[in-house]
Write a protein that binds this ligand. Structure first.
Ligand SMILES: Nc1ncnc2c1ncn2[C@@H]1O[C@@H]2COP(=O)(O)O[C@H]2[C@H]1O
Length: 584
């Protein structure tokens, strides 16, 4: 009995010991993992260096002119995409007095990619390259705190930061449209001036790499004077704006400190939705464009247009589905309307004449009989099938079925904003309930912009300025209007291409035929066209990417620039131009 109790006890003890050991092992493993994680943080730079090390050839050759050996070390430039190169990090980690002249020069060369750096004069760039140090911070790290005295000035080499009004920067992660600064921008200049405190908080939105200039170096290199020069330029710009003519200098300076000049290269996105961003933008240099992404599928006009064109694939009598004009008549009308009045007036006249003749004679007879008598050129390319029998996946819309492939979107330009003009004031006087809240995209055509938060701007407005603001109210066209405009432009563009091919192509070229789809799919993402000719062809469709659109910002729409619809050849209407290159 005693033996049994003893053995049972030891069994329990053994079990307990096992459990104890297991818990100890888990705790130990946790500690080791934690230490590894902490340790790895310090090795992040090493990781980057490591990848670069894998390819590390050194090129060296004898330069006859210079009578010396030139060595090119790829390590000077290699880095993981977008990161600050390890070799440059090494230089930036050295004390300024230890940096060799050629090292400062190569740092200076490397930093030319940063707009804000490039703006400084060359001697100043070298001075900066001599003193700046490298820093990398993770998401949510507050770099600059509002209200505190500033010690440093920052250039962003990689990543994005947000400028906020709160102290801990948390609002940047809640605000759908925070003020963001990206690669090439700089910040912290105001706090680095002798008497200023930080006017805003700056927080990292992702892992971000900076080049930092400390306050002593900042003042020593007279960077404060550059900053004051910048502010003076903004002041002079605002002085010239008609809206602020009545403002005192003091008021204007209040506006000057609310924003800074940001440079955007050609085609760069300034704002993915400037309506919601609640910023006012002053274009101080260059131009930008306001774009609207329209979903063509939501337009009744587009719907009608698609089916009218798809009817041309049909061999049956043309007037089955349409009560109004037949496709031929409609196309003829379109052709006539499409001729630019001056350039082709003789052609237009001739064509009008011919069209009238044909109205009463053979042409109309031909068309009105049966689908089989359609001009020969069509019959080989267009299937004899009723439109509603087109074999392709359909989607249901408010206006009936639509081929799935034809559900596409397009970017439409709705405004060009030029130097000296202001954006974001067009509905500032309207009550919020009447605001047009559609997403509008702002793209740079090579512009310099000053962004000011709307609520801050409104605090400065006086009655005189409010009165002037009524001038700024504009109404942007509706999506339906934009859709119609898109199709009109599309008709013209396609027709123009056909006509140019017909008239200008050299004679030795094969006779003109409508543009054939080279790609097998209906939608070619490379040329951004939707080709309705191949809608009902049985083929494996590829899953097409969303063109140009960073998916998190835009609806999942395939974007097109043009739609090639089934259409009649120009020769049918202008038989005398049956050979290509008649103008040559
Ligand atoms: N509206 C703004 N747009 C861009 N940057 C800003 C804006 N407001 C403040 N900043 C930057 O945020 C920095 C916060 O610290 P500083 O005041 O030193 O300098 C400030 C500017 O560089």
């Amino acid at each position: 009995m005693v033996r049994f109790v003893l053995s049972n006890n030891s069994k329990f003890q053994r079990k307990d010991r096992g459990l104890y050991r297991l818990s100890m092992d888990i705790i130990m493993m946790n500690r080791v993992c934690k230490m590894f994680r902490q340790g790895l943080r310090g090795f992040r730079e090493y990781q980057i260096i490591e990848t670069a090390h894998r390819k590390h050839p050194i090129f060296s050759f004898w330069d006859k002119k210079k009578e010396g050996r030139i060595t090119f070390d790829t390590m000077d430039f290699v880095a993981e995409s977008g990161h600050f190169p390890p070799r440059a990090i090494q230089i930036a980690q050295k004390k300024p007095s230890w940096r060799a002249e050629h090292e400062i020069q190569s740092l200076c060369n490397l930093l030319q990619v940063l707009d804000s750096y490039r703006n400084y004069s060359e001697p100043l760039q070298l001075l900066l390259a001599k003193v700046m140090r490298f820093e990398r911070f993770g998401r949510r790290r507050v770099i600059v705190k509002k209200g505190q005295r500033g010690n440093s000035f920052y250039f962003i080499y990689l990543g994005t930061v947000a400028v906020t009004e709160d102290e801990d920067g948390s609002s940047a992660f809640l605000d759908p449209h925070p003020t963001l600064l990206q690669k090439g921008s700089c910040f912290g200049e105001m706090g680095s001036l002798t008497s200023s405190v930080r006017r805003a908080t700056v927080v990292c939105m992702e892992e971000t790499e900076f080049l930092v200039v400390d306050r002593e170096d900042f003042l020593e290199n007279k960077l404060d004077q550059e900053i004051k020069k910048d502010a003076q330029l903004r002041f002079e710009f605002f002085r010239k704006v008609d809206l602020f003519h009545s403002w005192s200098d003091e008021m204007l300076w209040k506006l000057v400190v609310l924003g800074k000049v940001e440079k955007f290269s050609y085609g760069q996105l300034i704002s993915k939705d400037f309506i919601e961003s609640s910023s006012i933008m002053f274009v101080c240099e260059g131009m930008c464009e306001v774009l609207r992404l329209i979903d063509l599928e939501t337009s009744p006009f587009y719907h009608k247009w698609i089916w009218e064109h798809l009817r041309l694939i049909d061999d049956g009598p043309p007037n089955i589905h349409l009560k109004d004009l037949s496709p031929v008549e409609r196309f003829k009308e379109f052709q006539i309307r499409s001729y630019p009045v001056q350039d082709f007036s003789f052609l237009k006249l001739f064509h009008l004449q011919k069209a009238q003749e044909q109205e009463v004679s053979s042409f109309s007879r031909k068309i009105k009989t049966s689908g089989n008598t359609l001009p020969k050129t069509f019959s080989s390319k267009i299937k004899s099938r009723c439109t509603h029998l087109i074999e392709c996946p359909m989607i249901q819309t408010k206006y009936g079925d639509l081929p799935k492939e034809a559900a596409v979107g397009a970017y439409m330009k709705i405004q060009t904003v030029e130097q000296g003009e202001i954006l974001g004031l067009h509905q500032i006087l309207l009550p919020e309930s009447q605001h047009d809240t559609r997403t509008l995209i702002l793209v740079s055509l090579g512009a310099e912009v000053i962004r000011v938060r709307k609520e801050k701007f409104c605090e400065l407005l006086d009655s005189n300025t409010i009165e002037k603001l009524s001038k700024f109210s504009i109404k942007y066209p509706s999506d339906e209007d934009l859709c119609q405009k898109f199709l009109k432009e599309n008709n013209w563009n396609i027709f123009r291409k056909d006509l140019v091919r017909l008239l200008v192509e050299p004679r030795w070229c094969p006779p003109f035929t409508p543009i054939q789809p080279k790609k097998k799919g209906t939608y070619n993402p490379r040329i951004v066209m939707l080709d309705l000719y191949s809608l009902d062809k049985k083929m494996k469709r590829r899953r097409h990417p969303i063109f140009m659109a960073p998916q998190k910002y835009l609806p999942p729409l395939r974007i097109v620039q043009a739609i090639i619809a089934p259409r009649y050849k120009i020769q049918e209407l202008l038989p005398q131009y049956k050979n290509a290159g008649v103008l040559m």
